[in-house]
Design a protein around this ligand. Structure first.
Ligand SMILES: NC(=O)c1ccc[n+]([C@@H]2O[C@H](COP(=O)([O-])OP(=O)(O)OC[C@H]3O[C@@H](n4cnc5c(N)ncnc54)[C@H](O)[C@@H]3O)[C@@H](O)[C@H]2O)c1
Length: 342
């Protein structure tokens, strides 16, 4: 696999995977296809060698452009998406357009040229789970975590469009023999994440002298994974995964939002209660939890960043040292939240 296309490679997870590939796989050339929406930033790719990484600014729904690029590629790894739940509740259309039509455009081109395709998706397609304390096996019993057999039950328009895109890929594999794999990953954290998202929002609030904001009672649980572990997992699936299979990616990082926020406050030398409760997100999923045994046992993947406290401390350091990367957008992001009392 010498020439790969990474869609959405100027966004949070996509740019991290481009860095990962450049650092770990010197034989691979990456073409990034990214529209540079508000969530994409060419600075995320700065410093990377020009002979290894090319940025093509364009839309994944542009069939002609996609055709031209896919024709020359060995594989497409598809990250580009509208990715923020809150935005999808306000205006779902871009989510339908990019996440569904965009995926359709890419898999059509991959089918035409017989190009290997990997589809990056989310655990949110499965809806949510009850809290651990309310389950007979306290979260470890059968059916108490998501597996690749869990039925789809998305809650938000974002999750529904990701679920729709996964189903297109499954149908293209079955009906047209598309050579593909799918991964559904839990919540990522790490450098280059847009400040509208939970962890960077809290960190940059503190760095800007504003109080952090916690949705509802903060009991919602997310299964956090460091973005570099997501990258190594996707690379493992791309190179070793069985065609036609879905793999769930997670690193046993269940934490509730209140605890994450309190940890950020502690690591940033703030009082534990120095935050405001704000209106909950409608339809807010209660708990996500990934059973990643299939990926670990079948493909031998092992996450490296399993100390959440340490990963969070590194992430705080990154936002502290890279104020230039986020400061210009902070006011507008918070104004958007304030309109919704969040
Ligand atoms: N963030 C998470 O915790 C998480 C967890 C699991 C899966 N995922 C999935 O990983 C992928 C990347 O997520 P992220 O958090 O990095 O998102 P992001 O919003 O940070 O980045 C998305 C990127 O896609 C680009 N893009 C958007 N629409 C486009 C279009 N029409 N054509 C070309 N490029 C376009 C944007 O410019 C941006 O660079 C998404 O598919 C998301 O569903 C995310």
């Amino acid at each position: 696999m010498k020439n790969i296309i990474v869609t959405g490679g100027a966004g949070f997870i996509g740019s991290n995977v481009v860095h990962y590939v450049v650092n770990n796989h010197p034989e691979v050339h990456v073409t990034v296809l990214d529209k540079l929406t508000y969530a994409g930033n060419r600075k995320n790719l700065s410093g990377l060698p020009a002979d290894r990484v090319e940025l093509v600014v364009g839309d994944i729904t542009d069939a002609e452009l996609v055709d031209q690029l896919v024709k020359e590629a060995d594989a497409v790894v598809h990250y580009a998406a509208e990715s923020h739940n809150d935005n999808s509740l306000k205006d779902p259309f871009p989510f339908v357009q990019t996440n569904i039509i965009g995926t359709y455009t890419l898999i059509e081109a991959c089918r035409k040229y017989g190009v290997r395709y990997h589809h990056v998706s989310t655990d949110e397609v499965y809806g949510d789970l009850p809290l651990r304390e309310d389950l007979p096996g306290k979260g470890e019993g059968p059916g108490e975590k998501f597996t690749s057999e869990t039925a789809y039950n998305p809650s938000s328009p974002y999750a529904a469009t990701k679920a729709g895109s996964d189903l297109l890929v499954k149908a293209w594999m079955r009906s047209f023999g598309l050579s593909a794999t799918i991964s559904n990953c839990s919540n990522n954290y790490g450098p280059y994440q847009h400040i509208e998202k939970f962890i960077p929002r809290q960190i940059t609030n503190i760095l800007s002298g504003m109080r952090p904001k916690l949705y509802g009672d903060g009991k919602n649980v997310r299964d956090w994974i460091h973005v570099d572990d997501h990258s190594s997992a996707v690379w493992t699936i791309l190179t070793k995964g069985r065609i036609g299979e879905t793999y769930l990616i997670g690193s046993d990082g269940e934490e509730n939002n209140q605890h994450v926020l309190e940890l950020i406050l502690e690591l940033m030398d703030q009082p534990k209660d120095a935050y405001d409760h704000v209106k909950d997100r409608v339809g807010h999923d209660l708990r996500y939890a990934i059973d990643s045994r299939k990926l670990r046992e079948e493909l031998g993947w092992i996450p490296q960043f399993t100390d959440f406290r340490e990963g969070l401390a590194d992430t705080i350091k990154w936002y502290t040292e890279n104020k230039d990367w986020w400061a210009a957008e902070k006011e507008a992001v918070e104004a958007k939240y304030a309109k919704n009392n969040q």
